[in-house]
Design a protein around this ligand. Structure first.
Ligand SMILES: [Zn+2]
Ligand SMILES: [Zn+2]
Length: 121
């Protein structure tokens, strides 16, 4: 974790520590490191901090959930009281007896997010 030093006022002057922002979403992450300050001074590209920020992973998760929604195809009833729903990705998801379509779809979405994040590591 980065430290985040607040502005310090002393002898009538305010000392501000240079902060590093995410190059992807612009969120402030905390104090810039020595290496980042050196790169900035030398006009070199700053190392990416999108992983540290987490915004890339978060947006991938949101986009993945958006890709996995309940399809309009009518649910199928399976023997034993279970059912089967259809996802917009083309896969079917099994709805166990006593559980709802929303729960089953959510479990399918969670699995899809896991798979997406694993592929993007
Ligand atoms: Zn970010
Ligand atoms: Zn799906």
């Amino acid at each position: 974790m980065r430290t985040s030093t607040p502005p310090v006022r002393s002898e009538g002057r305010t000392h501000i520590t240079v902060k590093r922002c995410c190059e992807r979403c612009n969120r402030e992450l905390g104090d810039a490191t020595e290496a980042e300050l050196d790169a900035a001074v030398n006009g070199e590209p700053l190392p990416s901090v999108a992983d540290e920020c987490g915004c890339l992973i978060a947006s991938l998760a949101v986009l993945t959930v958006a890709d996995h929604q309940d399809d309009t195809i009518l649910p199928k009833t399976l023997p034993g009281g279970a059912s089967e729903g259809q996802c917009t990705c083309g896969e079917t998801y099994r709805v166990a007896a006593g559980s709802t379509f929303a729960q089953a779809l959510q479990a399918h979405q969670v699995q899809a997010v896991h798979d997406t994040l694993r592929r993007n590591r």
